[in-house]
Design a protein. Sequence first.
Length: 432
Amino acid sequence: MSFIPFVAKIKKDLQLFFSDRRSMIISFVVPIAIGSFFGAVFGSGGQNREPARIGVAIIDQDDSAISKAIVAGAETDKNLRVSKPTEDEARELVRKGKTAVAVVIPKGFGEASGQAFFSTAEKPQLTLLHDPSKTTELAMVRGVLTQHVMEAVSKEMFSGDQGRQLVEQTLPSIESSTTMRADQKKLLTEMLGSVQKYYREREPNAQGASPRGGITMPYTVREEAMTAGSNIAYNGYAHSFAGMAIQFLLFAMANLGIEMLLERQRGLWGRLRSAPVSKVTLLAAKAASGTLISLLILFVSFGFAMIVFSVRIQGSVAGFMGISLACALMAATFGLLVAALGNSPATARGVTTLAVLMMVMLGGAWVPAFIFPAWLQQFTLIVPVRWAVDGLDAMTWRGIGLSGALMPVAVLLAFAVAFWTIAATRFRWEEA
């Protein structure tokens, strides 16, 4: 391979990249802008970040002590943003997507739920009106609502007027029952009599006793985020900038391959072939210049993220540099693959755009891969973008050491070798 033509080709490609200032600025600005957007959507690194509340409309048609307690509990819940429109208004809000879920508490719910609490009486129904596109919010509201309903109903049954009245109504019917066995009647009468005695002793004037609360969760939760390093908080911007930078590396290098097809279409490679420039020299120079441009885009993107969004290399700096170089080389050889397999610039542009979008989508560049189904998470391991994004995540917010970079670097270099081999085998100097 001739060294002077090799260096001359690299210098020419870099001069072309920097001479088109508008294209160069777009190469830097677009991944930064989109990475900032996705980082804001999927969470920043702040520990005090206010969680997004789910909009819930509650329609209390019962107006009982239990239903009022349910509404009061929901209003104090940090996960919900409660409004109290009419039922017609709530249906319209859900229909238009302005509210995720509406809860309708029907007439008689408090009394029926109290009776069903201690017996096999028919359970009343809560109606949940929901936006079909927001099933996650529906599941969360259902779980949160279960807690508040249990607290409200049990509190009223154990210390409220409704529980007292229920016991007073039930005792005579049990005592007059002719179908119940005598031993069962005796046990149940003694139990309810004890409950009635409990209510009397819990009167406000009985030694200043205060009513007890209802059934609550029997445990508390302590949350601890786990990363490889100590005291390392998750920074969503690190992941989003990794994904968007990789995406635009691939687009930039695909564009480099399409430019090679345009040059071949104009007969430039035919003239170069008559000069002392081999195919290996040409492809190696293109790979080297593409790697340098890719590294520049990657470093500028992460530099912006470090300055503005406090992204840090919490793992190994050497590992981060190794993964960056492997990503850049993989992207550059992908551009050569486009040039080798493309029949024409127009055809290559459409197919390449689809290929890049599929790779970044499956590789977890847009959304984290853990959101994918289990089978898809395993399938995407054949996509180089998955290894690139996971490797950059490992070196930034996960805080994994150099060992976490070895496998991503090896896999990315293997993809680069495969792309180079196909490109060197299939590259044509002239149009078919």
